[in-house]
Design a protein around this ligand. Structure first.
Ligand code: GLN
Length: 537
């Protein structure tokens, strides 16, 4: 069948969860046997979110092909098990860059280059890139931002044109918010009506409305919305807050979102989506009674989206280990030798978070030393692994001034150092070691046992590396370099054998953990944490 395009827009307020709704719809279509991909168009000017501070935009997700992407792509992968690529996330900046490059090349010679048609044409071309591969039946396109924003106008104009060109091969799902006014004891539909009106003024008639709400919206009220918004009554769907985002696909299916979407695109729904493995996960999630307590040591702990993929990977692993995840954020700037007992004493396992720069780094060393000495299961990820190496060098190898050249460029013991090929790079955007690389693991290592194999591929996002000049010294003192890149011999995994679980990875295993395929290293870490908890009780 021809690729079909589903556009997801949002109105009234931001943070409604367009990403989760898009991912849930994709999950259902995939469970019906269709080939589905989701892409996100972000209206900001940055070329990609790689240079954004997590305070601005939460975590930066990384695709297999090395694109620094919006965190919604993480949801897409976790819900669908389908890897995304650079083509799945496009910003205004990328669109403009490409148009301006063409202008300089002379592609538009003689013409005035304008938002319409040149920018909108470039948006349309990008929307269709994945469809043109022939690999997908459905391409879901999430438009970032909120209807009414100046910056999303060119995207919505492109959607309007595509809807017109594609006819029943396209559809628009609009997500809005129905607030509850406590004082009036009423749910209010006016913001939804206004938001749909705004979309209609731009020439887009939504086919499906998904209403975010904290309370059940009565049928009569949904009918009223349908009538005022020119939408079929059954296509007005509510999305009530759920304890877990992973329940949303089920809630959407109960209201027939997948069938409605298929019918509107002239596809006859056959039978039911195959959701059995998904239900198994939800059953485990709901039946878990005991907790596993994991401490996450990082500097962005007040920000729930900063470590999104780590949270989710831990949650997947806890669920498959029949435990409720109790995640305790430990602020690395507030962790000292004096309060380490108090802050870390109750943890069944500790994750040392990735990051950049000096801030909060001392607290990571405190945590690592405490965990090493108390033999608590410990998982260092990227900067967390680098800190594991530095702390070991300082405390065990006796190199008191060991450091990463990221923190101190003139350290005499640069146990973590810039790669040779990074030294001449001055641009910050998209120039790190990014994307999936192979890693060979020593057969007897904790990591190899966790994966059940000795060749793995995981995603990277860093500039600095373990300095191989020190490899022998570490190995002699008991920290083993058990994983390395087969081509470059860069160290990818370190561990201390004999500990309960003490592993650091230069890569980010959290990016590849999905609901139906949890990451093996996270599984193994949480299993060790559970065993440690059982041991102590
Ligand atoms: N700042 C470190 C580097 O660039 C680690 C990066 C990270 O944790 N993602 O190498």
């Amino acid at each position: 069948m021809e690729s079909k395009y589903i556009f997801v827009t949002g109105g009234v307020v931001s943070s409604l969860g367009k990403g989760i709704i898009s991912a849930s719809l994709a999950c259902l279509l995939k469970a019906r046997g269709y080939r589905v991909t989701i892409q996100k168009f972000d209206p900001y000017i940055n070329i990609d979110p790689g240079t954004l501070n997590p305070y601005e935009h939460g975590e930066c997700y990384v695709t297999v092909d090395g694109h620094e992407a919006d965190l919604d792509l993480g949801h897409y992968e976790r819900f669908t098990n389908v890897p995304t690529t650079r083509a799945n996330n496009v910003t205004t900046g990328r669109i403009y860059q490409s148009v301006i490059d063409k202008e300089r090349r002379g592609d538009y010679l003689g013409k005035t280059v304008q938002i319409i048609p040149h920018i909108t044409d470039e948006i349309k071309r990008n929307v269709k890139i994945l469809g043109n591969t022939g690999d997908y039946d459905f391409i879901i396109t999430e438009i970032g931002g909120t209807v009414g924003d100046i910056e999303s106008l060119p995207f919505l104009e492109a959607v309007r044109q595509l809807r017109w060109e594609l006819g029943t091969d396209s559809l628009c799902v609009h997500l809005t918010y129905v607030p509850y006014l406590k004082a009036a004891k009423e749910l209010k539909t006016k913001p939804t009506q206004h938001s749909v009106k705004q979309l209609q003024q731009l020439g887009i008639q939504p086919d499906v409305l998904v209403l975010r709400t904290e309370l059940d919206i009565p049928v009569a009220m949904r009918r009223k919305i349908a009538q005022f918004c020119n939408v079929a009554p059954e296509a007005v769907i509510q999305s009530i807050d759920r304890p877990s985002i992973y329940e949303v696909p089920v809630a959407m299916h109960e209201q027939h979102l997948d069938e409605i979407v298929l019918r509107k695109m002239a596809v006859q729904p056959q039978g039911e989506p195959h959701m059995a493995p998904w239900f198994d996960f939800l059953d485990k999630m709901k039946s878990a009674e005991k907790e596993v307590t994991i401490g996450l040591v990082g500097k962005y702990v007040e920000l729930q989206d900063a470590y999104k993929s780590i949270n989710e990977a831990l949650f997947h692993a806890a669920t498959y280990n029949d435990r409720k995840l109790r995640l305790v954020y430990i602020h690395s700037e507030k962790l000292f030798d004096s309060n380490a007992d108090e802050l870390l004493g109750g943890m069944d396992g500790v994750v040392i978070a990735p990051g950049f720069g000096q801030r909060g780094i001392e607290g990571k060393f405190v945590a690592l030393r405490w965990c090493r000495e108390h033999d608590v299961p410990t998982f260092g990820i990227c900067l967390g692994m680098q800190c594991m190496v530095i702390e070991f060098a300082r405390d065990v190898l006796g190199l008191g001034d060991a450091n990463s050249t990221e923190m101190n460029p003139s350290t005499p013991h640069n146990v973590i150092d810039l790669m040779e090929e990074q030294k001449s790079i001055h641009n910050m955007g998209g120039t790190m070691r990014l994307g999936a690389y192979d890693c060979t693991l020593q057969p007897d290592s904790t990591a190899a046992k966790a994966y059940g194999k000795t060749l793995v591929s995981e995603r990277h996002r860093h500039r600095f590396e373990f300095n191989n000049d020190y490899r022998q010294a570490f190995e002699n003192a008991g920290m083993k370099c058990v994983g390395e890149n087969p081509a470059t011999h860069l160290v990818e995994v370190v561990e201390i054998p004999g500990k309960r679980w003490f592993v650091g990875t230069q890569y980010h295993p959290e990016y590849s953990s999905t609901v139906l395929s949890p990451n093996p290293l996270f599984m193994s870490f949480v299993r060790a944490a559970v065993a440690y908890a059982d041991e102590r009780n």
